[in-house]
Write a protein that binds this ligand. Structure first.
Ligand SMILES: *Cc1c(COP(=O)(O)O)cnc(C)c1O
Length: 367
């Protein structure tokens, strides 16, 4: 069987997203014959020795890469996407008569706020909604009597990214769905980090939750088993049947990242890719960036045409160049180039070349 992809596209999809080619190949192998067992990964028990080893290694490696091993944290691979964490977080952390503080930086942040409001008083410390989320609010105060502070490190839709995080004494919860494992942070400043796998870690179907154990068990709520972090920790992330394939493919991605040199190494590549593209957006008179420069995301670059009438010319050019997944989210319009860990810099160069080609074409046209 020939499974080699000869016409691989330059994949800018915001999610589910590009993964390393070796992850696709090794996952395909495991579906046909897992660990030379004569069985598919998809037909073995999740309690088998071979799969338990996968889960254990994935949990361990996630903590290792985040430099959180031996620091009181547990890593879980749960179901329900980042969206389920929007309610698991208040369920587990917000006291019955307590309150929570949220920073509203985009569509996903506001979706998290909506769920928290079902549980109790939810203070929005700042919001950039009135400017269509084109920046990260600064200079806000977090009430220290809240049970936790929640923020979104990278706003996938609007292309903004938090470059710093407030120093607060209460637990900090961060939705890192679209920039987990992309840049070095002091992850020990966070008490819960969660990320749907499909943006930068693996296929859709599992969510990484990293939680500091000491903050749990204080909400005073009766929590349904499947929503209780403590139950999942006790069951070593096997409270029920885990998403075996997404967990396995996530493990392969984490192994790939470790081989590459870990987060610090991939951050350098991500910075180079972002610099290459943003330089072109700023230089090219036919494009403009959507987000404030200081808050620009290194993962999702959102940009617009100066003149919408040129859209069909540009769209034809990038499609001809083998680029996929470039149209922006409907709430911003324009284009969004998602440059997750596995996107090679060569793909960014192809896009930059197309933008320059476009410039020379339209500068000679009369609209
Ligand atoms: C995509 C995304 C989500 C939603 O993830 P699901 O896994 O689909 O629930 C939440 N937060 C951020 C930042 C995202 O990019």
């Amino acid at each position: 069987m020939n499974t080699t992809i000869t016409m691989k596209k330059h994949n800018y999809s915001a999610g589910p997203c590009i993964l390393p080619q070796e992850v696709f190949e090794k996952s395909a192998d495991a579906i046909l014959n897992f660990n030379n067992s004569g069985l598919s990964l998809l037909e073995i028990s999740h309690r088998s020795k071979d799969f338990v080893a996968v889960m254990d290694e994935a949990r361990d490696l996630a903590l290792e890469l985040l430099d959180l091993k031996g620091k009181g944290y547990q890593a879980l691979f749960l179901h329900g996407g980042a969206s389920l964490e929007f309610l698991m977080v208040p369920y587990n952390l917000m006291k019955t008569d307590g309150k929570a503080a949220y920073l509203d930086t985009g569509t996903w942040a506001s979706a998290a706020i909506k769920e928290a409001k079902l549980f109790g008083e939810t203070v929005v410390v700042a919001s950039s909604k009135d400017q269509n989320y084109n920046h990260i609010p600064k200079g806000y105060t977090v009430p220290e009597d809240a049970n936790y502070f929640h923020c979104t490190s990278n706003n996938t839709i609007f292309g903004t990214q938090m470059k710093s995080f407030p120093n607060v004494s209460i637990p900090v919860v961060c939705d890192m769905s679209s920039d987990i494992f992309s840049r070095v942070l002091d992850f020990s400043k966070f008490d819960i980090i969660y990320a749907g796998a499909q943006k930068n870690m693996g296929p859709a179907g599992t969510t990484l939750v990293v939680v500091k154990e000491e903050i749990l068990g204080k909400s005073g709520r009766v929590i349904p088993s499947m929503l209780d972090y403590e139950k999942h920790i006790k069951a070593e992330s096997m409270y029920n049947t885990p998403a075996v394939f997404p967990v396995y493919a996530s493990l392969l991605t984490l192994q790939w990242l470790k081989k590459l040199g870990g987060i610090a190494a991939v951050e350098k590549l991500n910075n180079a890719k972002a610099e290459l593209l943003y330089n072109e957006i700023d230089r090219n008179p036919y494009f403009k960036g959507a987000a404030n420069v200081e808050d620009r995301s290194n993962m999702n670059a959102v940009f617009l045409l100066e003149n919408e009438e040129h859209a069909s010319v540009f769209d034809t050019l990038w499609k001809e160049a083998g680029i996929s997944g470039l149209p922006g989210h409907r709430s911003v319009g324009g284009y969004r180039a998602s440059m997750y860990n596995a996107l090679p810099i060569e793909s960014v160069q192809v896009l930059v070349d197309v933008m320059q080609d476009f410039e020379s074409k339209v500068s000679g046209m009369n609209f």
